[in-house]
Ligand binder design. Structure first.
Ligand SMILES: C[S@@+](CC[C@H](N)C(=O)[O-])C[C@H]1O[C@@H](n2cnc3c(N)ncnc32)[C@H](O)[C@@H]1O
Length: 257
């Protein structure tokens, strides 16, 4: 089975460029096994043959393996910390450079624009939002959401920036959309943007091996300006931040030294 998995990883890398060796193996295998059951396949080799001949199945695989769950204002208490304690020290009159890495359906970068709009005119707000999954980026660009994704968002933002387009579905305003640039980016292999003041990378590091995480922390550090801040998800933490030139300034917020 291990050899099978090695073969599978190699083939996926050839077909998609995604390096599954940097994702936690047990977690990946569990998801992969449930894909085999779902597709009524006996082993990884059979799955590779299907993925080679069926583009839609390959896209489905990428979406399933990369886990796209997201929501607006996810873990709201952290957004309050960002609003009250972090942003006031980062904001500059000319605006700040912000990157939402592994942004999934766009809930996170759009939440950020709505928050920044409290402090800056929209034309000064530019958020780069990236993800490895092309299909999810297309959904993010469309900007249409269910009530479930919006449940944690404060009502003032909902009423100001969303229009109901059918029962249970709302579209985000074009003004907010214009502030976000969506781009494909693999945290494991693509060059990182530089000169950032704030990076959000939430709820993706948990899927990576420790070695991959270490590389990513160092890359984020290089991406940030001095004093810039990295904002992680609620189950993620850098164990030895000083080793990566970071200081913990509040739970889940790390400042570049
Ligand atoms: C659970 S979602 C997190 C979305 C959002 N940050 C949040 O916290 O709500 C994880 C996202 O990470 C993306 N992802 C997985 N591996 C990645 C990689 N190597 N590079 C960039 N994004 C990746 C997935 O496509 C998915 O959209």
């Amino acid at each position: 089975m291990t050899d099978d998995y090695e073969y599978f990883k190699k083939q996926i890398q050839l077909m998609t460029g995604i390096d599954l060796s940097s994702y936690k193996e047990n977690q990946m295998k569990r998801r992969l096994d449930s894909m085999l059951v779902r597709n009524k396949l006996k082993n990884y080799q059979e799955y590779v043959s299907v993925l080679r001949s069926d583009r839609a199945k390959l896209d489905e695989f990428v979406s399933y393996m990369t886990i796209n769950v997201s929501e607006f204002w996810r873990n709201g208490e952290q957004w309050d910390v960002l609003d009250l304690y972090i942003l006031p020290k980062l904001l500059k009159p000319e605006g700040i450079k912000v990157w939402s890495a592994a942004c999934s359906t766009g809930d996170e970068p759009y939440s950020l624009v709505m928050l920044l709009a409290k402090y800056l005119p929209l034309h000064k707000i530019k958020v780069l939002a990236t993800d490895i999954d092309k299909q999810i980026l297309q959904k993010a660009r469309e900007g249409i959401y269910t009530q479930r994704s919006l449940k944690g968002l404060p009502d003032s933002y909902k009423s100001r920036y969303f229009t109901e387009i059918s029962p249970g579905l709302a579209a985000i305003s074009e003004d907010i959309k214009r502030c976000v640039t969506f781009k494909e980016h693999d945290l494991l292999k693509d060059p990182y943007p530089v000169g950032c003041d704030l990076i959000l990378c939430r709820n993706v590091l948990i899927y990576f091996t420790n070695e991959a995480k270490e590389r990513i922390y160092s890359n984020f550090n290089k991406s940030l300006n001095k004093g810039g801040v990295l904002f992680l998800g609620n189950t993620e933490q850098i164990l030895y931040p000083a080793e990566h030139n970071f200081t913990l300034i509040s739970s889940f917020f790390y400042k570049k030294q």
